[in-house]
Ligand binder design. Structure first.
Ligand code: PGA
Length: 260
């Protein structure tokens, strides 16, 4: 795992954007895995700026969301398909087309079947070249909450109490408005992406980041399965990295990889 530690989330988002823009300059039809939540917002702003500058486009690409709420109205602004539309879709955003944006069909009559179909669609597309990830305070990636299978496929998941209270800020601070269920790519699905780029900002992520990088692999901290992936880049601000025991080593290794 490569760990980049930056003073600010702005500098960290610059570094993440660079990785993505570089991938698409080499492979314009690459498939991008996209996350929602607050963490990737600055990254998406940078991708939109690069698109406006003509140095980046998703117009020939597919994007796959990590997850989607079950039981949310189709026109709800927090439905992840709508969030991702606002962030990425259109010529005035990143060039991603409506047809290029894939999200789990969580409103389907049979969401379990929809989860299966979504998993197959990812495989059928040739797989995800680069998966953007955030991390939950409880160590979830996607919505894979503690105590689940470390090799799960895309499935219906119950949101943890911690996640419901963390996400209430998107629902007028009202936990009762946060959906209780979602469809999420499974950990096994996420692990098949060729490269995983995880972002984490703020002191409230410090325990999860410490577990991700230095903890034992455990279903209690689902993100720890990423230690088994050969190409992970975790990019954090100093607050999120504050509980890493070997931060100096990771920074030296980062400089080494950059040829510094
Ligand atoms: P956040 O969520 O970016 O809103 O902090 C991250 C996550 O739950 O994966």
């Amino acid at each position: 795992m490569h760990i980049g530690i930056f003073e600010t989330s702005d500098a960290a988002s610059d570094a993440a954007a660079e990785l993505i823009i570089d991938l698409f300059s080499r492979k314009p039809h690459a498939t991008l895995g996209v996350a929602t939540g607050s963490t990737p917002e600055k990254l998406y702003a940078r991708l939109r700026a690069a698109h406006a500058a003509g140095t980046f486009t998703l117009k020939n690409s597919s994007a796959f969301a990590l997850d989607e709420y079950v039981g949310i109205a189709e026109d709800h602004p927090q439905r992840y398909r709508n969030v991702l539309r606002r962030e990425l879709v259109g010529k005035d955003k990143t060039g991603l087309t409506e047809a290029g944006l894939n999200t789990p069909d969580a409103g389907a009559d049979d969401p379990e079947q929809a989860a299966l179909v979504y998993d197959r669609m990812i495989g059928g597309s040739g797989g995800i070249d680069l998966q953007i990830l955030g991390i939950g305070v409880d160590g979830h990636i996607g919505f894979n909450e503690p105590g689940g299978s470390l090799v799960s496929r895309t499935h219906i998941e119950a949101l943890a109490g911690q996640t419901i209270s963390d996400n209430a800020r998107f629902f007028n601070g009202d936990t009762s408005q946060v959906p209780r269920r979602c469809i999420t790519q499974g950990l096994g699905t996420i692990m098949e992406a060729k490269r995983l780029v995880l972002l984490a900002f703020g002191a409230n992520k410090a325990d999860a980041v410490a577990q991700l990088v230095e903890g034992p692999i455990s279903a209690k901290w689902p993100a720890t399965i990423m230690q088994m992936h050969p190409d992970v880049v975790a990019i954090t601000d100093t607050a999120a990295a504050s509980k890493l025991e070997f931060a100096d080593l990771y920074q030296e290794r980062w400089r080494l990889a950059k040829g510094e």
